[in-house]
Ligand binder design. Structure first.
Ligand SMILES: [Zn+2]
Length: 134
């Protein structure tokens, strides 16, 4: 379940910062490495800050486990990925900002983009990873 940030309510209560800890299932379609899938839901540990101009900044970590076959030798492989995510939400978004409306920030597009950025281009088993680092 992906929570929303109720900006209007937070501002009314003068709660300008907060934390969000949750997990969600990422779309398998985001992965374009053959024979690899998410072995776990994505864990999100986020912090948000709401500014006086109505913008909300969200930062934190996303972590998930990838599992499947090594992109080099097809042995079984898995990899824990931890990604520092950051996004700015604005009622009138510019450039890289995400928009939000009705005083509520919907994190789903941001999370989808962040998982996409976090994904490696391939998955290597321990043996191949050691091989490549030599
Ligand atoms: Zn391998």
């Amino acid at each position: 379940m992906v929570p929303r940030i109720d900006v209007r309510n937070a501002v009314a209560r003068k709660n300008f910062t907060g934390g969000l800890d949750f997990s969600f299932d990422a779309e398998e379609g985001l992965i374009d490495i053959p024979y690899v899938e998410f072995a776990s839901p994505v864990k999100a540990s986020l912090h948000y800050e709401i500014f006086s101009d109505g913008k909300a900044e969200v930062t934190g970590t996303l972590s998930f486990l990838l599992k499947g076959l090594c992109s080099r030798c097809l042995a079984e492989a898995e990899k824990e990925t931890v990604y520092e995510a950051e996004g700015v939400f604005s009622p009138s978004p510019k450039d890289e900002e995400y928009g939000y409306s009705n005083g509520t920030v919907d994190l789903r597009e941001f999370l989808r983009d962040s998982v996409l950025f976090a994904l490696p281009s391939r998955l290597l088993c321990r043996h191949c990873a050691e091989d490549e680092s030599e």
